[in-house]
Design a protein around this ligand. Sequence first.
Ligand SMILES: [Zn+2]
Ligand SMILES: [Zn+2]
Length: 142
Amino acid sequence: MEVRQCRALNCHKLVELPHYYCDEHRELEAAYLQSRMKWSHSHDKQYAKRYDKTKRVATPIKREQHKFYKSKQWQDLRTVVLNKQHYLCQYCLTEGRVTQGNTIDHTIPINFDPTKKDDVNNLNVICPECHRLKTDWEYKHY
Ligand SMILES: [Zn+2]
Ligand SMILES: [Zn+2]
């Protein structure tokens, strides 16, 4: 037999599960169960809504991004930045290392700020190693 303490204030009587209140306080039980149900229900609804929203928003954004990376505008931008930065990883440079790279990275990820996707000041050459580290980092911070 499993027991717990009655949930009524200052009542320390033990009640048998699945009850939450002793006989004396049993009328409080229905209200308690109802409030619990209401909470868990609204919680579920909230969660479902949030999940829906991410799902609905994520797909068009992904498609939009894919289109952008295929565009002439992006190819041109890429070339400009690669030439301007001499194909050198800008993240390595700040640490005094000279490493070649041919990937262009958005310093501020475009998922975070899509308006910076074609902002030259937000673009940097990055080497594979830094790219991997930065992606890990962004995953945790954005
Ligand atoms: Zn009680
Ligand atoms: Zn690097």
